[in-house]
Ligand binder design. Structure first.
Ligand code: CA
Ligand code: CA
Length: 184
């Protein structure tokens, strides 16, 4: 009887030791090696220069203007090529800096509703909170065609959803290439 109890305790103790030894070899140890993409933390230590003009926001982020027109995806790819993304204007200050930089130009910013119509998301995946859409925008072209990418209309002083590229159906001669703002 006593021997049986002892065996049971030894068995339980052995299982516990095995679990403890195995744990460090499991998934949790990988959490120490998670690589930050940098996309959610655009502020970095580089000098704020480049493109066709650049300005620093109060939070230290650098907004860079590129005046050669491109469609939305190509513009974002150009930003990624310099370790940045299309500008995430998620504060009033960033928005004001962007407006000062672009003057009356129309430029892509890093916002769109490509995944779910009328649910606008920044290119780093964060949801829209601060916004500066112009009156009656976003309007998805009033149903005429899809407008899923957002540009800053400098002349109107607010944002406007526009067709992302020439691949969008039924846009006719609607422009789809604009200068753009990168941000790091
Ligand atoms: Ca849309
Ligand atoms: Ca629109």
């Amino acid at each position: 009887m006593r021997c049986g109890v002892l065996l049971l305790l030894v068995g339980a103790c052995g299982a516990s030791v095995d679990n403890t030894v195995l744990a460090p070899d499991g998934a949790p140890i990988d959490t120490a090696n998670v690589v930050d993409s940098g996309i959610d933390a655009p502020v970095d230590s580089r000098a704020c220069t480049g493109g066709d003009g650049a300005m620093t926001a109060a939070d230290g982020s650098c907004i860079v203007l590129f005046t050669t027109p491109q469609n939305f995806a190509a513009a974002d790819a150009s930003c990624i090529a310099i370790d940045s993304r299309l500008a995430i204007l998620n504060t009033a200050d960033r928005d004001a800096i962007a407006k000062a930089l672009i003057g009356t130009a129309d430029v892509w910013i890093g916002l769109g509703d490509q995944v779910a119509e009328n649910t606008f998301v920044w290119v780093d995946g964060t949801p829209l909170v601060f916004e500066n859409f112009f009156t009656d925008e976003p309007n998805n072209a009033n149903g005429a065609f899809e407008e899923d990418c957002v540009m800053y209309s400098g002349s109107r002083g607010g944002w406007d959803d526009r067709p992302c590229s020439n691949a969008v159906a039924n846009i006719g001669a609607t422009p789809t290439e604009y200068p753009f703002l990168c941000m790091f």
